[in-house]
Design a protein around this ligand. Structure first.
Ligand code: 13P
Length: 260
């Protein structure tokens, strides 16, 4: 049984002061979280403050939005795995489509970042997803396969067991136009089968695959009713503590009802 994982990706939002306020309001709304894991990826500048404010609940995990693959050195503006680990991070996003789209992140880099995260004891969440043009021209499977095989190159069995995949169709991010579960589930299946080819049936069975793209408190239950969808990577709807608390409560009460 895979533990469901809801991750709030703050992107470039919230100062450290705002993060502490958010954390206090969220914990008031959610005194206990059981049965699922909840992750937060504040900006680097708010990681320390968020850790302090959310540390009371072991179901809450702290993560970063990016990392550099080297441990240290002359890489101005970059942050490394050991630095994140030292701040209490347990996981890190890799290859988010905004990094690919706006910062030229390539598959070779996502691969180095996945390997670096694993080397430093951080659980990588490798993000994959197609653009609208790629979906319309029926290239979704090929794009996902390329991003996945390239991103996971050289990852061994124990490494695969620590990896989470987030399927985020680019056209669904920040648009209010979420994929339907009927659109997402076949892609999740494809991801699981590729990971099965890479690491065997156990790796495939254990792999957590999150859906991301316009997830809200209203549609989260539909996604989590699908056995193939192990959680969500949430952007806009995670920024307000009330909205995110509602989404988490719905997630705690949601169980798979459709075999996939
Ligand atoms: P939205 O939930 O705002 O669509 O963002 C999704 C996302 O990119 C999470 O990483």
């Amino acid at each position: 049984m895979r533990t469901r994982f809801i991750v709030g990706n703050w992107k470039m939002n919230k100062t450290a002061t705002e993060a502490v306020d958010f954390a206090h309001r969220l914990t008031q709304e959610l005194p206990s979280v059981e049965g699922i894991q909840v992750g937060f990826t504040p900006p680097f500048t708010a990681l320390h403050a968020t850790r302090g404010a959310l540390a009371s609940n072991p179901a809450f995990l702290l993560g970063a939005q990016n990392l550099h693959w080297e441990e240290k050195g002359a890489f101005t503006g970059e942050v490394s795995g050991p630095m994140l680990k030292d701040l209490g991070c347990e996981f890190v996003l890799v290859g988010h489509s905004e990094r690919r789209q706006y910062f030229g992140e390539q598959d070779t880099w996502t691969n180095r970042k996945v390997l670096a995260a694993l080397r430093h004891g951080l659980m990588p969440i490798l993000c994959v997803g197609e653009t609208l043009q790629e979906r319309d021209s029926e290239h979704t499977d090929a794009v996902i396969e390329r991003q996945l095989r390239a991103g996971l190159a050289g990852v061994d069995g124990p490494g695969l067991a620590a990896v989470t995949i987030a399927y985020e169709p680019v056209w669904a991010i920040g648009t209010g136009r979420a994929a339907t579960p009927q659109q997402a589930v076949p892609v999740h299946r494809k991801i699981r089968s590729i990971v099965g080819e890479l690491g065997g049936p156990d790796a495939a069975r254990r792999l957590r695959i999150l859906y991301g793209g316009s997830v809200t408190p209203k549609n989260i239950a539909d996604f989590l009713s699908c056995e193939e969808i192990d959680g969500a990577l949430v952007g806009g709807a995670c920024l307000d503590p009330l909205s995110f608390a509602t989404l988490i409560k719905v997630a705690i009460g949601s169980h798979p009802t459709t075999a996939s």
